[in-house]
Write a protein that binds this ligand. Structure first.
Ligand SMILES: [Zn+2]
Ligand SMILES: [Zn+2]
Length: 93
């Protein structure tokens, strides 16, 4: 399963700009390097082993937002979309 996921993530990164889903940071423009992290929107433990991941199951995030998402997941048990809403609102302030 891990190998199949890597294929999906690789394809997703290849097809997308290095732009954070939450703060819209364009990593390659800002830092001059192509870098972005893939985040599983749904915790892996909730998938059945027969489930085939698609690119929609991932969000591309900059390292800062990615870390913040994981902290919120742990702290408040929020789902990705709730955290995204929360963080996007904070970014806009
Ligand atoms: Zn970000
Ligand atoms: Zn993650």
């Amino acid at each position: 399963m891990a190998e199949r996921n890597q294929g999906v993530v690789k394809a997703l990164k290849a097809n997308s700009a290095s732009v954070c889903d939450i703060c819209d940071l364009n990593f390659s423009e800002r830092y001059g390097v192509e870098y972005i992290e893939a985040h599983h929107k749904v915790p892996i433990s909730t998938y059945s082993s027969a489930y085939i991941l698609s690119q929609d199951d991932f969000a591309l995030l900059c390292p800062n937002c990615h870390r913040a998402v994981h902290i919120y997941m742990k702290k408040d048990g929020l789902e990705y979309l709730e955290i995204k809403k929360k963080l996007r609102y904070q970014c806009a302030l």
